[in-house]
Design a protein around this ligand. Structure first.
Ligand code: FES
Length: 522
């Protein structure tokens, strides 16, 4: 019988009597992103379940993208020796493929977008979202009596109608509904601003997922892919804070119910499952209940106990950590200098605190990029200030991971003056290595330099706007954007562009060069 089993966080097992596909197995309690993220609820017991499944039948492993809550090398090292094979998307950027080859010693099978595949009696196809250095994928699986679209973190909301056509009827759809970003949680701002931005981001995500569900028309929605448990003491408040970007599934359910979404939300416990009931319906086992704050406190303690029992690496001196930091930044700067068509939007400063609390301040001048020592008085607007400490960077060194990992660890604070997003700066920060950065910067130039335009019409037909086709944030195709007569809203991350102000973004210096035409104007 076909069955879908939830393995916790963003991981699923879709199986028939003959075979199974396991997606994004993160079954390791040591955490992702330098240990900052842990599964909610804990799912380490699912590892034995997966290994037992692999003794029963052939199992294919699919990894959607390289974020560590989806691509966990510790779990993969344990299960891949027993798997039939591993697949990943054929991304244009080969970072993930190279990572697997280097760290796991295998060559995964590369899958192209929307290319029908079969693993025994399971049909599947993947869909790719790749923009700049951001890449992710969704997988659709179907077998006798059950179809499942696993959207996880993939922001393919702009292609929902096309996806629905490609997949046909979808029984279960799962996708991330919560945030997973360093902004605003790592940024210095007033409490009021923090609450306002958090609420705006949370609601934009809720609306995007609701619209996605509406367009994909599944019979059931299954929440997954977050939020995490944050067990580090400096992050503990994130688990309980009202209104931040990490709502729990029961808040999203309440929102969907309040909007009469018409789709039933069914959250599952770890190892909970769903299977066709043979009469055109489905049987769910182990439907999850909302957790209490005490439940979550218990999980935090569990993860702290895991950490306390883990072996500790040999400590590094501040001087060793600072030497690493300088070397890494100088490498990034060399890549930046090779891409002369793009510059950082303002001066970038790093305040790196040593163990004794003293600081080393570095600055990078966008007009003449080089890492130079600076003093506090040099930091004048406009600037971007990244405050970190040698302990956080030491964790990165011990992990052997790239800078994308560090930036999702939330172990730093940032301040930007003015408080606007800069895509070049974002790419400079989170690119994992030199190739990743070079690729991302070139992509940024490519989609920002495109002269292609698109025309959108407001729902009442009274206004239309002509603007750049590709979103300046990460290049989403704005032909799928909405236009309400004033704002164009990008479907991918819901940036708003004020078309009565030339198409300026509401959170960055970017513009889509919009020109409005009104019927009967004048
Ligand atoms: S691509 Fe992110 S808001 Fe448009």
């Amino acid at each position: 019988m076909t069955r879908l089993t939830y393995l916790g966080h963003a991981s699923f097992c879709f199986e028939t009597d003959k075979a199974a596909i396991v997606v994004d197995p993160w079954l390791n309690p040591a955490g992702a992103f330098l240990g900052a993220w842990r599964q909610l609820p804990p799912n380490a017991h699912a590892l034995d379940w997966v290994l037992a499944k692999m003794r029963e039948k052939p199992v294919m492993v699919y990894v959607t993208h390289e974020h560590e809550d989806h691509y966990d090398e510790e779990t993969l090292k344990k299960i891949l020796p027993h798997a039939d094979h591993m697949c990943v998307p054929a991304y244009e950027n080969t970072f993930l493929k190279k990572l697997i080859s280097r760290n796991l010693g295998i060559e995964p099978k590369l899958l192209a977008e929307d290319d029908p595949q079969r693993f025994h009696d399971i049909e599947f196809r993947i869909f790719i979202d790749e923009s700049g250095i951001n890449r992710d994928s969704a997988i659709f699986m179907r077998a006798e009596g059950l179809s499942f679209f696993d959207g996880n973190d993939c922001k393919i909301f702009d292609r929902a109608q096309w996806l629905a056509e490609r997949c046909g009827p979808i029984d279960i759809l799962s996708s991330q509904f919560s945030g997973a970003n360093m902004h605003p949680i790592c940024y210095e701002m007033s409490d009021e601003e923090y609450k306002q931005i958090s609420r705006q981001k949370k609601m934009r995500k809720f609306v995007a997922v609701r619209n996605f569900i509406r367009d994909m028309k599944p019979r059931f929605y299954m929440p997954s892919a977050g939020p995490a448990v944050f067990s580090f003491p400096q992050h503990e408040h994130l688990n309980f804070e009202e209104g931040n970007i990490f709502p729990k599934w029961w808040e999203f359910h309440a929102y969907m119910d309040s909007k009469d979404s018409g789709v039933e939300c069914v959250p599952l416990d770890v190892l909970g499952s769903v299977a066709p009931d043979g009469q055109g319906g489905f049987e769910f086992e182990d439907i999850a209940e909302p957790l209490s704050d005490d439940d979550i406190r218990g999980m935090i303690q569990y993860y702290r106990d895991v950490d306390a029992a883990a072996p500790k690496p040999a400590p590094l001196s501040d001087a060793e950590v600072l030497a690493f930091f300088e070397h890494e930044m100088n490498r990034k700067i060399e890549v930046l200098k090779k891409n002369q068509n793009i510059t950082l939007g303002c001066a970038l400063y790093f305040d790196v605190k040593r163990a004794d609390g003293t600081s080393v301040i570095y600055g990078i001048d966008p007009a003449n990029p080089a890492l130079k020592k600076a003093v506090q008085a040099d930091i004048q607007a406009p600037y971007y200030l990244h405050t970190t400490n040698t302990a956080a960077i030491e964790k990165l060194i011990h992990s052997g991971k790239g800078w994308g990992t560090y930036f999702l660890s939330f172990l730093f604070r940032s301040r930007r003056m003015p408080d606007v997003f800069d895509s070049a700066m974002g790419t400079f920060f989170v690119a994992n290595d030199d190739d990743d950065l070079d690729f991302g910067l070139k992509k940024l130039v490519q989609f920002r330099g495109s002269d292609e335009c698109v025309t959108l019409t407001s729902p009442d037909g009274q206004s239309s706007v002509t603007c750049r086709r590709f979103c300046p944030h990460q290049g989403a195709d704005l032909k799928y954007a909405t236009f309400d007569g004033k704002y164009v809203v990008c479907p991918r991350h819901q940036w708003k562009f004020d078309c009565e102000n030339g198409g300026k973004a509401d959170n960055s210096m970017d513009t889509i060069d919009a020109v409005i035409t009104r019927k009967n104007a004048g």
